[in-house]
Unconditional design. Structure first.
Length: 214
């Protein structure tokens, strides 16, 4: 077994490109995490990896989808994508998802947001080579990125109001709640700015990919 350290600024296309590069070097995936990627040497037929965001699915949808793929002879793996969520114990709220998919649990979709599909042919899966399928997948990825941008703008707005010592009745409760942040104002501001840049870059990249399909 070979363990490689790899972080993905682009968790979907970047991960897919990386896995296929390793597959071309005769490495077969064992597991893929946030930082640790585990492989084994393989001398079998060429492999191809397709990476898909499935964080919008409920556990049953994910289970049925994976069983369908495995029934066709594909191998499936999962990887985490922790973006735009609130956590309470082993439950996470993802407001950008609809219905039951807005709540994720440790037994459900937590750390299962990214699906990796291994095929025994060195080419893209037919379902992911069609424009409509790709477009629907990309549009589903826009929602968490848009939500992250909104959160970053709120963070920057609060940081600015705290910095300016804004004083209004409607603001008083918020000012009290963020008062502990006054000592780490610049950290708060930098984190908000980084999230804004990352979410803006992600949205622009996804929209560009959608445009390329037109």
């Amino acid at each position: 077994m070979v363990t490689k350290f790899k972080a993905f600024f682009n968790p979907i296309e970047g991960r897919q490109e990386y896995l296929n590069t390793l597959a071309d070097q005769a490495y077969r995936l064992l597991s893929s995490g946030g930082l640790l990627q585990r492989f084994q040497r393989s001398d079998t037929q060429p492999l191809h990896y397709t990476v898909q965001y499935i964080g919008h699915m409920v556990p049953k949808e994910r289970k049925d989808y994976c069983e369908f793929l495995e029934g066709l002879g594909y191998q499936t793996f999962f990887a985490p994508l922790n973006m735009g969520k609130f956590t309470l114990g082993n439950v996470r709220w993802r407001p950008y998802n609809n219905g039951r998919a807005a709540l994720a649990t440790s037994l459900g979709m937590i750390n299962h947001e990214i699906l990796i599909i291994e095929s025994k042919e060195a080419k893209e899966l037919p379902a992911f080579s069609e424009k409509e399928g790709k477009r629907a997948d990309l549009k589903g990825r826009l929602r968490p990125a848009t939500y992250l941008m909104i959160v970053s703008l709120i963070m920057l707005g609060i940081a600015l109001l705290v910095y300016l010592d804004f004083s209004q009745d409607w603001w008083a409760w918020t000012a009290r709640s963020v008062r502990p942040l006054e000592g780490v104002f610049w950290v708060w501001l930098i984190v908000g700015a980084v999230l804004l840049i990352y979410s803006g870059w992600t949205i622009a990249r996804i929209r560009s990919l959608i445009q390329d399909l037109s």
